[in-house]
Design a protein around this ligand. Structure first.
Ligand SMILES: [Ca+2]
Ligand SMILES: [Ca+2]
Length: 417
């Protein structure tokens, strides 16, 4: 937004009327012209004490919005009724918001709170409302950030300050990326809201009521659409957020766009299906593994039996791509002992000494798989060690390939060790 003052007294009535006009407009257009159709509107049950709030984001269930220069600067609200479900005093002022579905937290920019210069980027716990400064970006023109997007595809942040025509692109640690500082996609006004949840970057334009969409890598224009809202003539794009959930029953995915001035409200515009998942896009498959001694067994003795438990999890939360198939674990017993037996929550293990190879079918997001392996320990070792690897031949692409092995070392008390 460009900071300004406006006459807003007609807006409650006009926002109400917009629902009806928008519905008529949607119904009168062909299915081919769906992008940009007004799908829904919400007026939140609380205004900011300053009268200004630019941030909006969707966490998969609810909308969150922020307030500039206000003691209460963060609200959680229903996307359908606008009812307030939670409120927080985080920093005395917040700007743009972006839900991070990988971390389950909110990224937030500055909103003219005490001491803020405009470049501060916070990560906020949605339960406690505690916000922690992550880094501060240079280049802010004033104390307000009105554009922030989190890209779960590569754990990065897009940021543009109030009145900007360039967009910063940094890692989640604030490190400049190769395309950092690229020009925005619009041809008039300034960039305000930013949103991403796939390969496209959505860019709002305060003052021009238009959303420009570019390929995030090449920056080539993909499409654009108007957000001029009948019955709400002062409405402009300040914050943007993708929502592929709220209107799913009607087969629609939307971009919420938030107005800065009271009454606190947002309109939802249809976007192409699959083009922008909430929260920066879901996290794809990520197999993880741990290995621990089986609890409750006697202390290890030379030549005795010993059991350990391997736990594999698909830590991703993505419905697409499909869950990884043929998940495979190789456990190396060469420095551990001799195989005795296995048992598992799913799948089959085979003794291919010195390996135990275990395989099962697909693993849905969040699904866990445990394998218990029993060995006979050597009679002459002071300690044994064992390494298990999931997807050892890397046949499954994952968001993190570096967390696929676990090592267990067990000391065997005996004289001379
Ligand atoms: Ca992994
Ligand atoms: Ca892999």
């Amino acid at each position: 937004m460009k900071l300004r003052f406006g006459n807003q007294w007609l807006l409650p009535l006009l926002a109400f009327l917009a629902l009806f006009v928008g519905a008529i407009a949607s119904g009168s257009r062909s299915a081919h012209a769906a992008t940009g159709n007004l799908v829904g509107s919400v007026t939140f049950a609380a205004d900011c004490s300053s009268g200004l709030g630019v941030g909006i984001t969707f966490d998969g269930t609810n909308l969150w919005f922020s307030c500039v220069g206000s003691a209460t600067d963060l609200y959680k609200a229903s996307p359908t009724t606008g009812a307030i479900l939670g409120s927080f005093s985080v920093k005395g002022g917040l700007g743009a918001l972006a839900w991070d579905n990988s971390r389950g937290k909110l990224w937030a920019g500055a909103g003219c709170g005490p001491g803020q210069g405009g470049g501060e980027i916070y990560l906020i716990d949605p339960v406690t409302g505690v916000g922690t400064l992550q880094f501060t970006l240079a280049g802010a023109g004033n104390c307000l950030d009105d554009g922030l997007a989190y890209d779960g595809g590569n754990d990065s942040i897009y940021w543009s300050w109030d009145g900007s025509t360039v967009i910063r692109h940094v890692s989640s640690a604030g490190i400049s990326l190769p395309d950092d500082g690229f020009p925005w996609g619009g041809n008039a006004c300034y960039n305000s809201g930013l949103a991403i949840g796939g390969s496209l970057l959505y860019q709002g334009s305060d003052g021009c009521s238009h959303v420009w969409v570019v390929d995030k890598t090449t920056k080539a224009a993909a499409f654009d659409f108007s957000t001029v809202t009948p019955g709400d003539p002062n409405f402009r794009d300040e914050g943007l957020t993708c929502d592929n959930v709220t209107f799913k029953s009607s087969g629609k995915e939307v971009m919420w766009s938030k107005e800065a001035y009271s009454p606190n409200r947002a309109h939802a515009f249809e976007i192409p299906s699959g083009s922008c998942a909430f929260g920066g896009g879901a996290k794809g498959p990520d197999l993880t593994i741990t290995k621990d001694p089986k609890p409750g067994q006697p202390a290890p003795v030379p030549g005795g039996y010993y059991s350990f438990i391997i736990r594999v999890k698909n830590a991703g939360n993505a419905a697409t791509p499909p869950p990884p198939r043929d998940v495979f674990v190789r456990d190396d017993l060469s420095l551990m002992g001799t195989f005795v037996f296995w048992t598992a929550s799913a799948g089959v293990c085979t003794n291919n000494a010195p390996f135990v190879d275990c395989s099962r079918g697909s693993m849905a997001p969040g699904e866990e798989w445990w394998i218990e392996i029993r060995v006979r320990l050597p009679g002459n070792a002071c300690q044994v060690t064992d390494r298990a690897v999931v997807d050892p031949f890397n046949r499954i692409p994952e968001t993190n390939e570096l967390n696929n092995s676990a090592t267990l070392t067990v000391a065997i008390p005996r004289p001379g060790c």
